[in-house]
Design a protein around this ligand. Structure first.
Ligand code: PMP
Length: 400
């Protein structure tokens, strides 16, 4: 059982806004106290670069940065050499697309789905148009990816399967382990956008057997400006960097330089040091509570809200048929931005719009939707206020 009161005391934002009913953690989550403190400590009492200076303060900075890498690697059951620090999921996926693109040729097939966030769609579509790749989309079943449907687009020409672990609109989990198995059977690689799943479900890159996996710090109670790209070690050594500059190089020659090995060859320039240190603290916090406990808490809250709303007239719930940690809905005839503004007047924060996911909106036949996402600091009391605010908003608009 999650003691929400105790948890909230660890999130400073609640000391300023104790009445806030925050249901937008899927966009960016509040920051845990330990994250803020670790970043403040580095910024206040160190601030030096990593991997460069040999004096004591710089060595301490490098140690902390590399320790952070190890903590994050352990969280996803990878080795530290397989963890690249990036700016965000978006940066990670662009890096993945550009680097993998160097291994592809015209006519190669890649697989995507209409559930992908623009960050996991546009880099691949751009690559496909540059290299003349064939793009196939997995047919969806009630907003979900199923193995049977996945197999209909997988061929011997498939080189990359690009998918998410949890959709940011539906919140459903993909059958990743099985997808990876079938992907490898045709000799292709599977690349995963884990931006949404990483904070809700156990991510074990070895058990899942994925080739690449990307996520961001700001959705895991950690800082903005930092992300991760995991690349399986066997694949990492075969890939070339696509960003060049300080510290990623081994020997500089006028005609062909050589690169450092492992993750370092993908980390050109000065990294986000405070953010990496903060991110490790976020994962330590999650580990201290247990990700399975967090997930159960969120599912409980989400199911509580769905049960109360699913049969209410004038409200359409788009993802009521599966397990999810978010609620996607619309009040009939009310623009999602109006719904969101009305909920805000009740102190309820939700996300409204296309969620950087225009293909999924098209699939749902909507211009936009409202999304309430559930996190470790949400309580049943929050949910009651959310439900009341949604029903009052519906009643207001439907009476005029
Ligand atoms: N993929 C998914 C599924 C997301 O939800 C998000 C963030 N909304 C992203 C990718 C992009 O993350 P970022 O903006 O941190 O790069």
């Amino acid at each position: 059982m999650i003691d929400v009161k105790k948890i909230r005391a660890q999130f400073p934002v609640y000391s300023k806004y104790p009445e806030m009913r925050f249901f937008d953690s899927a966009a960016s989550a509040f920051k845990h106290q330990s994250v803020i403190e670790a970043m403040m400590d580095y910024l206040s009492f160190n601030g030096t670069n990593v991997h460069r200076g040999v004096y004591q303060l710089a060595a301490e900075s490098t140690t902390k940065y590399e320790h952070a890498r190890s903590v994050i690697a352990k969280f996803i059951n990878a080795s530290a050499e397989e963890v690249i620090f990036t700016k965000s999921t978006t940066h990670s996926i662009n890096l993945a697309a550009n680097s993998l693109g160097l291994t592809l040729q015209s006519g190669d097939e890649i697989i995507l789905s209409e559930l992908e966030h623009h960050s996991n769609l546009l880099p691949w579509l751009e690559l496909a148009s540059r290299l003349n790749l064939v793009v196939k989309f997995i047919p969806l079943m009630d907003g979900m990816i199923t193995i049977d449907n996945f197999k209909t687009v997988l061929t011997n020409k498939t080189k990359l399967v690009i998918t998410h672990h949890m959709s940011n609109v539906m919140g459903y989990e993909t059958p990743l382990q099985e997808m990876a198995k079938f992907t490898h059977e045709v000799g292709a690689k599977i690349i995963v956008d884990a931006a949404q799943s990483i904070v809700h479900i156990k991510t074990d890159v070895k058990a899942l057997d994925v080739d690449m996996l990307a996520f961001s710090g700001h959705k895991v109670y950690g800082p903005n400006g930092i992300g991760v790209l995991y690349i399986k070690s066997g694949l990492m050594s075969k890939l070339s960097p696509t960003e060049f500059g300080g510290e990623m190089v081994d020997k500089v020659h006028l005609d062909g330089s050589t690169w450092k090995s492992g993750a370092y060859k993908f980390e050109a320039g000065t990294p986000a040091i405070a953010e990496a240190i903060g991110l490790a603290k976020a994962f330590e916090f999650i580990d201290s509570i247990g990700i399975e406990n967090i997930h159960q808490h969120e599912l409980h809250l989400r199911n509580y809200v769905v049960d109360k709303l699913k049969d209410e007239p004038g409200i359409t719930v788009f993802n009521k048929h599966g397990e999810s940690t978010l609620l996607s809905f619309n009040i009939d005839e009310v623009h999602p931005h109006d719904t969101s503004s009305f909920l805000d007047q009740h102190g309820v924060a939700v996300r409204a719009g296309h969620h950087c996911n225009q293909l999924t909106m098209k699939y749902l036949n909507q211009d936009a939707t409202v999304r309430a996402s559930f996190a470790i600091y949400n309580s049943i009391e929050d949910c009651d206020i959310l439900i009341k605010a949604i029903l009052e908003t519906r009643d207001f608009f439907h009476s005029i």
